[in-house]
Design a protein around this ligand. Structure first.
Ligand code: MN
Length: 134
């Protein structure tokens, strides 16, 4: 089964770039354009990993991350934070909220797929799926 990657990004150009960057890989791509949609899509689709812009309308990426982390089924889903402005202390704030990794914009189209691959469990290990979710 293809791993589901949820991309949360409100800027259409960035969304296109993220899609193009990940299209060639064998992922099932899901998209959300704001924080509320991100939460809804995550709960409905159960992605294997989430790429989360932090500056989003309705709910910020930080809020979405915090809410997801309160749900047992999202305790261990990797979340990669994307942000345009990296202020001192931002990274710590995102990690504290439950993000597993942090990438600053502009999006590094080489680094992002590597980060995703690194964070998806079983991708290189080829562990047999015993059925059941993580
Ligand atoms: Mn944004």
């Amino acid at each position: 089964m293809k791993e589901k990657v949820l991309i949360v990004e409100d800027n259409p150009q960035n969304m296109r770039l993220l899609e193009m960057t990940l299209k060639a890989r064998d992922y099932a791509l899901l998209k959300a354009n704001d924080g509320e949609e991100a939460l809804d899509t995550a709960v409905r689709e159960r992605p294997d990993i989430i790429i989360m812009d932090m500056q989003l309308p309705k709910l910020s990426g930080l809020e979405v991350t915090q809410r997801l982390r309160q749900m047992a089924e999202f305790n261990h889903v990797p979340i990669i934070a994307l942000t345009a402005y990296a202020m001192k202390g931002d990274k710590e704030k995102f990690i504290e909220a439950g993000c597993d990794a942090y990438l600053s914009k502009p999006i590094d189209t080489r680094e992002l797929p590597k980060t995703i691959a690194r964070m998806l469990p079983g991708r290189e290990k080829e562990a047999p799926d015993v059925g059941g979710k993580r």
